[in-house]
Design a protein around this ligand. Structure first.
Ligand SMILES: [Zn+2]
Ligand SMILES: [Zn+2]
Length: 435
C-alpha cells in the first residue's frame, strides 16, 4: 500500500504539502508552501524521518515558501525542481523573510541550503529517488517552469497536478493530460472549479482597446499585477494587439522578466517574449516617477492585489485623475485593498514597515476608472473536468482527490466527479489515504 498524507491545501488555497509514503516507509514531499491568512502558516506536522526528497511543482510561495524549513532537520535533502523555478523561489522566499512581521521558524541559512541542494529534472524524464520510487515532471501550463508530478511508487502511479492551466496563455503552453501514462490516482487542484472564464481572446482585445482609449485621451493606466508571470503576460497582450504607447515595468516584475530572459526555453515562444518585453521600459530609480505619468503610459507593477510593492508609488495621482484608469488583471482575494477598490471604489491602505521603508496611511475615493480583467493562469470548471476526463486510469479505478481550493470549490468538484462515476473526495487536513 502507498500512503498519501494531506498536510496542506485541504479545502483551502495555501500551504500546499502532500506526503507520499512507500510500503517500506520511504517518503517524498510534493510541494511545501506557506499560507498568509492564518496564524499557522506552515503545513501540518508529520514524522518526516524517512524523507528522501522534496519535489516542487512551481515557484509560487503557497507551494514553495516553507521548503527551507525541511532543511532544519535534513541538511542535504534533494530538492527536485528546474532552473527557472529555483532562481525565482530564491528571490521570492528571500523577499518573504525580509519583509515579514511573522517569525518563520527558518531563515536565510536554510534558504541557502535549499538552493545548494537543488537538482534539475527535465520534463518527461523518470528520476529515481529511492527503491521503487520514481518521479516524472510534465508541463502544467500555469507559469513558466510549472510542472505536474507523476509519482511511481511500488508500482502505483499517482499524479499531482499542481496549479494547472489547460488553456493557452501567451507565456506558456497549456497543460495536456493526454500525455500522461495510465495512473492509479490523481490529486487535482480545484481553485476555479466553480468559475467559467470568459473567452481569452475577447478579454485580451477588450483590455487593449480600453488601454488605448484611456491613453489616447490623455490618461495613464496603472496595471497592478503579480511580478511572476502576470506582469509579463500583460505586456505580451499589449504587444499582441499593437499597443503603441509607453509601457513601464517596475518592482519585482523587472527581476522576474530578467530571470525569464535567462531561461528562454521555459517560454512558449522566446522570440515573441523578447520582442514584446523589449518594448517595455524598466523603471530605474524613484525620482523620475512623475515622468512616467506625464506621457500617457501604461505602468505594470506589483503587487497584484495592491497589498504593497512598487505600485503604491503611482497610485495616488492615478486615483485622483478622471482621465486615468486602474486595470486589475488578477484575482482579488476578499479583504485585500484591491478587492475593496474594485467593489467600493475606495483605496484604503495602511503600512508602516521599516524593512520596506514605507509609511502609508491612505484612504482615497477613486476618481479614475477601475476595472477587472481576469487573465487567469488556472483552468476553470470546464477545463478541470476535461483535464480529469482525459486521464487514463488503471482498471478504471478513477480515484481523484480535490485539493487547492476553498471548501466549496473542492467539495463541489469532488461531488461532480462522483456523479460522473469517479471515486472522488476533497481530503481534510491531516487525512491519510491508501492507494
Ligand atoms: Zn500557482
Ligand atoms: Zn497555488
Amino acid at each position: 500500500m502507498v500512503n498519501i498524507k494531506y498536510l496542506g491545501s485541504c479545502r483551502e488555497v495555501g500551504r500546499s504539502a502532500i506526503l507520499i509514503e512507500s510500503k517500506n516507509g520511504d517518503q517524498c514531499m510534493l510541494d511545501y508552501g506557506v499560507r498568509f491568512n492564518e496564524e499557522d502558516r506552515l503545513p501540518f506536522e508529520s514524522n518526516l524521518s524517512k524523507l528522501k526528497a522534496v519535489a516542487l511543482t512551481h515557484c509560487h510561495i503557497d507551494h514553495s515558501g516553507a521548503i527551507p524549513f525541511l532543511y532544519k532537520k535534513k541538511k542535504n535533502l534533494p530538492l527536485l525542481t528546474n532552473s527557472v523555478t529555483i532562481d525565482i523561489i530564491d528571490k521570492l522566499i528571500n523577499d518573504m523573510l525580509r519583509i515579514s512581521k511573522y517569525a518563520y521558524p527558518f531563515g536565510y541559512h536554510e534558504l541557502n541550503q535549499m538552493v545548494n541542494n537543488a537538482y534539475f529534472l527535465n520534463n518527461g524524464v523518470r528520476h529515481k529517488i529511492a527503491h521503487n520510487f520514481y518521479l516524472t515532471f510534465y508541463d502544467a501550463g500555469h507559469v513558466p517552469g510549472s510542472v505536474s508530478i507523476l509519482v511511481d511508487v511500488d508500482g502505483k502511479k499517482i499524479l499531482y497536478s499542481g496549479d494547472m492551466n489547460s488553456n493557452n496563455t501567451n507565456l506558456v503552453n497549456s497543460a495536456d493530460s493526454s500525455q500522461i501514462p495510465e495512473i492509479h490516482a490523481a490529486i487535482i487542484e480545484s481553485t476555479y472549479s466553480l468559475r467559467k472564464h470568459p473567452p481569452r481572446d475577447e478579454l485580451e482585445k477588450e483590455f487593449v482597446e480600453e488601454v488605448i482609449n484611456i491613453t489616447e485621451n490623455g490618461g495613464n493606466v496603472l496595471v497592478p499585477a503579480f511580478g511572476v508571470a502576470r506582469s509579463q503576460e500583460a505586456v505580451m497582450i499589449l504587444d499582441k494587439y499593437q499597443f503603441k504607447g509607453n509601457i513601464y515595468l517596475d518592482g519585482m516584475a523587472k527581476l522576474i522578466t530578467k530571470i525569464y530572459l535567462n531561461h528562454p526555453n521555459t517560454l512558449k515562444n522566446k522570440n515573441y517574449f523578447r520582442n514584446a518585453l523589449k518594448k517595455a521600459k524598466f523603471v530605474e530609480g524613484f525620482k523620475k516617477k512623475k515622468d512616467y505619468l506625464k506621457n500617457n503610459s501604461v505602468i505594470v507593477s506589483p503587487s497584484g492585489m495592491l497589498k504593497g510593492g512598487s505600485v503604491l508609488k503611482y497610485i495616488k495621482p492615478i486615483l485622483n485623475d478622471h482621465q486615468s484608469a486602474i486595470f486589475m488583471v488578477g484575482y482579488q482575494v476578499e479583504g485585500t485593498p484591491g478587492r475593496n477598490l474594485l467593489e467600493n471604489k475606495v483605496f484604503e491602505f495602511k503600512e508602516s514597515n521599516k524593512q520596506r521603508n514605507t509609511n502609508y496611511d491612505l484612504n482615497i475615493k477613486a476618481k479614475c476608472r477601475i476595472k477587472h480583467f481576469d487573465f487567469s493562469s488556472h483552468s476553470d470548471g470546464k477545463g478541470l473536468h476535461s483535464y480529469v476526463d482525459n486521464l487514463k486510469f488503471v482498471n478504471n479505478g478513477k480515484q481523484v482527490f480535490c485539493v487547492h481550493g476553498d471548501p466549496q470549490s473542492t467539495t463541489t468538484l469532488a461531488k461532480e466527479l462522483v456523479n460522473k462515476k469517479y471515486n472522488s473526495v476533497a481530503p481534510e487536513l491531516g487525512e491519510v489515504y491508501s492507494v
